[in-house]
Ligand binder design. Structure first.
Ligand SMILES: [Zn+2]
Length: 509
């Protein structure tokens, strides 16, 4: 690869622990809180907010900016609102933090001092708050590259909590998580040219170069695709990490990386194509998660990540409906709709992961991560990932583990079940064909439109021979992140990196 004129770096917010609220390096304090804090150092801030509430009741819910007697001079109060109702969750903190930081920027603050909350209902409220602030400070990659002087929204972020050593710990963890999320946002959010398959290869190669903890393999030879990944074409990026042993868990992630989805020959007509550069957020999350792993260096775990990068284009080389293709697992697949390309791009990699498991991985768990269906968005609504287990994964409680882990850090999951109807739906009725890739309607108009594709992935990869009734049961979960990945004009969310961290890495680093 030719030398780049610049170095590709993930976006990093300069951050440090602040020991005293009288630190003069800051020009605005951001207080994220559920109730007005009773902590001694914050007594005068509390008094100021109470004064504001006296003349304006809406301050309780909407927050305010007040002049305060500290070197920072300004207080931005950003309340979380109620946190004790049945349906309140940790996102109250990340959202209030993001709102507070954005308000501070609007007020002209260049060095915000974030005051972490003390409430203990949500165990990681402080970490979630800091992550919310960092998310609001992210700058998209193309803006950073095109206008380098705008590559940071602030000079520095100070973080204060009553126990400075606890703040140090939170900052270093937040930094590791945020670098990974920033990698995922860069890849997921880059436009169809900036993050085309070759340029994702270039980006990932640069991010992980000289990284002794990650092995990277790039597959781009058309002949290799024909032989080993007959359902895929484009780029495959394989990332591998092996922590200090003995290994007791192996995570194997396959991410959908459709850099632009025109629908293919079954073109997305009528103005519904816009936004389809976000169809690579599954692969982006895989890269981001491996970045987190390489920062935290968790012990006793091996992580293999596969990024299936491809552009679903219309042209003389595009595949069309009615084509019959034999997959890597020798399952014969009939193409029903070229817009169902994500499952095609992942099926052979899923099969390869299955082969690795059969030849011996320790306590393996395979997952696919994909912005797969519009049906997922209709089912759960914006902001929620869906997880679906096969038999062995369900018996191991993987869905519940992920759902509980995600809720702690404000990265929520809903659980769906793959049923017999989903398998029946994808059995092809024609002679000499095993599996129908897709019906001819969009998933959003197909009953069980997000569970069906999980059954297709199981059938086309040969994982159906590794259920609970097999001699080699393999845990597999399909994650549909179409509803949680983030739509224009918002930046990608980098979901489900936080949930994966909390489920599999916490306690290992
Ligand atoms: Zn599509």
């Amino acid at each position: 690869m030719s030398q780049l004129p610049y170095e590709i770096l993930p976006h990093i917010v300069p951050m440090k622990t602040v020991k005293s609220l009288n630190d003069s390096d800051y020009d605005g304090m951001v207080l994220v809180s559920h109730t007005l804090p009773s902590h001694l150092e914050l007594g005068s801030l509390k008094a100021e907010v109470e004064k504001a509430i006296k003349i304006d009741k809406s301050v309780e819910t909407d927050g305010c900016i007040r002049e305060v007697n500290f070197p920072a001079q300004r207080l931005i109060y950003s309340p979380t609102g109620p946190i004790n109702r049945d349906y309140d969750d940790a996102r109250s903190y990340s959202e209030a933090a993001a709102k507070g930081i954005k308000r501070a920027l609007k007020a002209g603050v260049t060095s915000p001092l974030l005051i972490l909350p003390f409430e203990r209902k949500f165990v990681h409220a402080d970490l979630v708050t800091l992550l919310g602030a960092l998310e609001a400070l992210y700058v998209p990659i193309q803006f950073r590259e095109d206008v380098p002087e705008k590559n940071s929204k602030i000079k520095q972020l100070g973080v204060w909590g009553p126990d400075p050593s606890a703040v140090n710990t939170i900052i270093s963890l937040a930094l590791a998580l945020e670098i990974g999320r920033s990698v995922a946002r860069d890849i997921g959010g880059g436009d169809p040219e900036r993050m085309s398959p070759p340029r994702v290869e270039e980006y990932v190669t640069n991010i992980f170069k000289n990284n002794p903890h990650i092995k990277l393999q790039v597959i781009k030879d058309v002949e290799v695709f024909k032989k080993e990944y007959p359902l895929h074409n484009g780029r495959i990026l394989m990332l591998e990490y092996e922590g200090e042993g003995p290994i007791d868990c192996t995570l194997m992630l396959v991410g959908k990386g459709v850099t632009y989805d025109t629908g293919g020959a079954d073109i997305k007509a009528g103005g519904v194509m816009a936004g389809m550069s976000r169809d690579k957020c599954g692969a982006a999350a895989v890269a981001g998660f491996l970045k987190v792993v390489s920062e935290l260096k968790p012990k006793r775990i091996k992580v293999i990540g596969a990024m299936a990068m491809v552009r679903n284009s219309v042209g003389e080389e595009c595949y069309v409906s009615d084509e019959i293709i034999a997959s890597r697992s020798k399952v014969r697949v009939r193409v029903g709709n070229t817009d169902a390309e994500g499952r095609m791009a992942m099926a052979d990699l899923l099969c390869q992961m299955k082969e690795k498991v059969v030849s011996g991985e320790i306590n393996p768990h395979i997952m696919t991560l994909a912005t797969l269906t519009g049906h997922a968005c209709l089912t759960v609504g914006t902001g929620y990932s869906i997880v679906m287990d096969n038999g062995p994964a369900r018996e191991n409680g993987q869905s519940k583990l992920l759902q509980e882990a995600g809720s702690i850090l404000g990265d929520p999951f809903e659980i769906s079940t793959i049923r017999r109807e989903d398998f029946n739906f994808h059995k092809d009725k024609g002679e000499g064909v095993d599996v129908l890739q897709c019906n001819n309607m969009p998933s959003s108009r197909t009953p069980r439109g997000h569970q069906g594709p999980a059954a297709f992935l199981i059938l086309s990869s040969g994982l159906d021979k590794h259920g609970l009734d097999s001699s080699v049961p393999i845990k597999y979960s399909h994650l549909d992140i179409a509803a949680s990945a983030g739509d224009y004009p918002d930046e990608p969310t980098a979901s489900p990196i936080l949930a994966l961290y909390a489920a599999y890495l916490e306690g290992r680093h």
